[in-house]
Design a binder for this molecule. Sequence first.
Ligand code: PMP
Ligand code: GLN
Length: 407
Amino acid sequence: MRPHGLVPRLQPFTSTIFAEMTALAGRTGAVNLGQGFPDTDGPAGMLETARTAIAEGRNQYPPGPGDPELRDAIAEHRSAHYGLRHDPDTEVLVTVGATEGIAAALLALSDHGDEVLLVEPYYDSYAAAVALAGARRRTVPLVYDGDRFALDVDALRAAVGPSTRVLLLNSPHNPTGTVFTHTELAALAGLAVEHDLLVVTDEVYEHLTFDAASHVPLATLPGMAERTLSVSSAGKTFSATGWKIGWVCGPAALVAAVRAAKQFLTFVGGAPFQPAVAYALRSELDWVARHRAALQDKRHRLADGLRAAGFGVRRSEGTYFVCADIRDVAADLGLSSDGVDFCMALPAAAGVVAVPVSVFVDDPEPWRHVVRFAFCKRDEVLDEAVYRLTSVCRHVPHGVSAPGECC
Ligand code: PMP
Ligand code: GLN
């Protein structure tokens, strides 16, 4: 007889690395560059619109698919930005953050015996959502090509089998900061069409790309619109991660499938936030452009500081995150070069919290020495973290590149 308690398929998912590392920062007083949330607010007009919505009584259940005003704004936004046309009534679904959108999509589209193909490292909720659906995950690692973490299309092709049902792709990619190129996306699209795969794309960082990198939704590639569900979030675009307003766009039949699952997870969420996000999508894109530029500077600021402290900083082309090779610093500090042990010890050794990338993979070997730092923080917070790290790290890097040169 099975003991009472958590079902076996959910037993690997009893806590999240983000909650653990934020708690560790709280206990130790370390600077929290672990969990990716901004420490400043989104556009003032958006916040004011939410306050007004509450004051005006928009506090009861919104319609199941989402506030019509928000669905209209989402459809307009995707048409203006990407040339993708969606019927706001049937092809747009508002969800409780991207997390619910992704979980509902996997619950709706994958079943027992189906495989969901993930690129690793993968955002932590993916594996749990695949398990909730009772499906199996198969993962293919990104490979470091000496410049960036790149997609291994041949390995992906080799991983597709008769049970592969869904491909779940995240770009801009958390935790590496990779933004997949048009060539990488075209290869993926070819694979999806060839094997008739459904595709779920996690595009929560769609507006947070740096330098020459730009985000291309996979749904814009030939043959993809009819098989792709694109997932977005106001949390990242408008620095409101606690509002949990996300959305899923795609063909009506697939969106209807996601809605069927979603309505029994939460039914609806965030009534007064929905008009505020509609307002922001229509009126605050200049704020987003400034935010993107500020984040790019923050990425430089933190990457330069990490490099000065002796970390092997990897290229970050988008998101809130930069990854770094810890081996030299670990040796200098007398710490383990295993990322999990290193991140547990770093608050005591240097007063900074980071996240080990190996917790986002099934095969930790290539990722053991890689950790992720979040730079979506105020400059003074980043400076304090860099000060603490450079103060304790004895390593004198050879041939330090000019500021910003390598990322
Ligand atoms: N996907 C990725 C890649 C993320 O980094 C996050 C969280 N920041 C999410 C999904 C979850 O988004 P939300 O908070 O809107 O649920
Ligand atoms: N997406 C955020 C990150 O990657 C954290 C979200 C969460 O705590 N669940 O850090």
